[in-house]
Design a protein around this ligand. Structure first.
Ligand code: AP5
Length: 204
C-alpha cells in the first residue's frame, strides 16, 4: 500500500505519519525531514535548499525530486511530497498510489500549531500547549533539548501558508480528478484525527 499525506503546513502530517507508519508497517518518507538532514549536514543540496526554506518557499523541484526518487519503493507513506503539480506529474511515472489523504485544518489553527511546535533532533515533535513534553523543553524519548524550527517563526509561517495556497492546494483537485483523494478533518485532537485516518485506511 502506498499513501500520500497532503495538507497545509502544521495540519499534522508528520504527527500522523509516525502513527500510520507504526500501525500499518509503512516506511515514512518525509521530504521536509530529508531536506533538514541535508541542511544539517551542510551538503551542497542542503545549503541550496535552506535559502528557500528560510523564506517559506518550496525548494527547487530538481533538488527535491532527486532526493525523493531514491527513497521510493513499495509500502511507502509520502509526507510533504508531491508539493506542486510538476512533482505530482513526475511521481505518477514511477509510483502507484492507493490513496491521497488530505488533512484539512482551519488556517487560524495552523498558525498556533506551527509557532508552538518544538522539535527534537531524534525526530520527536511536541507542542507547547497541545502535546507538551513531560519536562519543559526536554524530549521524553531521548532527553535532548528541544528547539524551534527556523521556519516556525511567525513571519516565515505566514509565507509558508501563502506558498501552500498557491502551489500545493491545486493538488487537491488533481487527486480528486484521479479518484485518489480522501479528505480527513484534522481540526480535532491528534487521536481523533488518527481514528478518522484508520477508518479510511482499513477500507483500502
Ligand atoms: P515540511 O517539513 O514538510 O513542512 P510542512 O509541510 O510545512 O509541514 P510541517 O512539518 O510544518 O507540519 P506537519 O503537517 O508535519 O505538522 P506536525 O505534525 O509537525 O517542509 C518544510 C520545508 O521544506 C517547506 O517549507 C519547503 O521549503 C521544503 N520542502 C518540503 N517538501 C518539499 C517539496 N516536496 N518540494 C519543495 N520543497 C519542499 O504538527 C504541527 C504541530 O501541531 C506540532 O507541534 C504537533 O504536535 C501539533 N499537532 C499536530 N496535530 C495536532 C492536533 N490534531 N491537535 C493539536 N495539535 C496538533
Amino acid at each position: 500500500m502506498n499513501i500520500i499525506l497532503l495538507g497545509p503546513p502544521g495540519c499534522g502530517k508528520g504527527t500522523q505519519a509516525k502513527k500510520i507508519s507504526e500501525r500499518y508497517g509503512l516506511a515514512h518518507v518525509s521530504a521536509g525531514d530529508l531536506l533538514r538532514k541535508a541542511v544539517a549536514e551542510k551538503t551542497g543540496l542542503g545549503l541550496k535548499a535552506k535559502e528557500y526554506m528560510d523564506k517559506g518557499k518550496l525548494a527547487p523541484d530538481e533538488l527535491v525530486i532527486g532526493l525523493m526518487k531514491e527513497k521510493l519503493s513499495d509500502n511507502v507513506l509520502l509526507d510533504g511530497f508531491p508539493r506542486n503539480l510538476n512533482q505530482a506529474a513526475m511521481l505518477k511515472n514511477f509510483f502507484d498510489v492507493n490513496a491521497v489523504l488530505n488533512i484539512d485544518v482551519d488556517f487560524r489553527i495552523l498558525v498556533k500549531r506551527l509557532t508552538g511546535r518544538r522539535s527534537c533532533s531524534c525526530g520527536t515533535v511536541y507542542h507547547v500547549e497541545y502535546n507538551p513534553p513531560e519536562k519543559e523543553n526536554v524530549c521524553n524519548k531521548c532527553g535532548s533539548r528541544l528547539y524551534q524550527r527556523d521556519d516556525d517563526r511567525k513571519e516565515v509561517v505566514v509565507k509558508r501558508l501563502e506558498t501552500y495556497k498557491k502551489e500545493t492546494a491545486p493538488l487537491i483537485e488533481y487527486y480528486r480528478e484521479n479518484n485518489k483523494l480522501k479528505i480527513v478533518d484534522g481540526n480535532g485532537s491528534i487521536d481523533e484525527t488518527f481514528r478518522k485516518i484508520c477508518e479510511i485506511l482499513n477500507n483500502i
